[in-house]
Design a protein around this ligand. Structure first.
Ligand SMILES: *Cc1c(COP(=O)(O)O)cnc(C)c1O
Length: 236
């Protein structure tokens, strides 16, 4: 199946999940996660209607962006952990940073975006499980960033993002998705000036469940581009 065929299938499945949840398809953005895939794959997805791309490494996307044809209206989000020393490059390359996981990195991004005269759309990555390998901020620490929001004028803090522990059974992710939505709801009452409308949750194998739990952005890699070959990719 081609990338375009895969996108048709994914959109159809999103539509069905929205129907089950009595939600509008317009309220669920489809992000194509293009990490490890070449520029040509992004261009194919763009031709099939994709306008939002997710990449997880600054360096990989920097390289790729030099090979990409101009794609009017395309937007790029960083969805992987960002190190402080790459914040300036990230602010330059990306429209959105969807994995802000500390106040320190938020302050760093604000400083570099200020220099660039740019506003960055931001999601805060929340770590809801105790897995050692996962990045993200503890649920109780999100408030600290929202408190600082007024002193981070270049950051448009739009919402929360999470990656639940991997399980073959998408139902096992449901409690994490629900927890992210409930966290957002409780934060919204404490910080009404930063309402957090966006919930980025759901990947190839569990996006339908995420949509049922209120996702506004599903991050789909494998179901669009096929399996990733990390070994073939020296620049990762
Ligand atoms: C790779 C990645 C995805 C996409 O995962 P698939 O299972 O291939 O759809 C989504 N979100 C994040 C943060 C990722 O790193």
């Amino acid at each position: 199946m081609s990338i375009a065929d895969n996108i048709v299938q994914v959109r159809q499945a999103i539509g069905e999940a929205c129907l089950r949840a009595s939600r509008s398809e317009h309220d669920v953005a489809l992000m194509a996660v293009s990490k490890t895939h070449p520029a040509a794959a992004l261009q194919e997805a763009y031709a099939a209607g994709i306008r939002l791309f997710g990449e997880n490494k600054v360096q990989e996307f920097q390289q790729k962006s030099t090979e990409l044809a101009v794609m009017p209206g395309a937007r790029y989000a960083l969805i992987g952990h960002l190190q402080s020393n790459k914040a300036a490059k990230a602010a330059e390359l990306f429209h959105a940073i969807h994995a802000v996981d500390s106040l320190k990195i938020a302050e760093r991004l604000n400083a570099v975006a200020l220099k660039l005269g740019k506003t960055l759309s931001v999601l805060i990555e929340v770590k809801l499980s105790s897995e050692e390998s996962k990045h993200g901020i503890a649920p109780g620490a999100v408030s600290e960033i929202l408190h600082a929001a007024a002193s981070l004028p270049t950051l448009d803090i739009r919402g929360l993002m999470t990656v639940p522990p991997f399980s073959d059974d998408p139902e096992e992710a449901r409690p994490y998705f629900r927890q992210l939505r409930e966290l957002r709801n409780s934060l919204a009452t404490v910080h009404p000036q930063t309402p957090l409308p966006e919930l980025s949750m759901g990947m190839s194998h569990d996006f339908a469940v995420a949509i049922e739990e209120g996702s506004t952005c599903v991050r789909i890699g494998t179901a669009i581009f096929g399996t990733r070959d990390y070994t073939a990719q020296g620049r990762a």
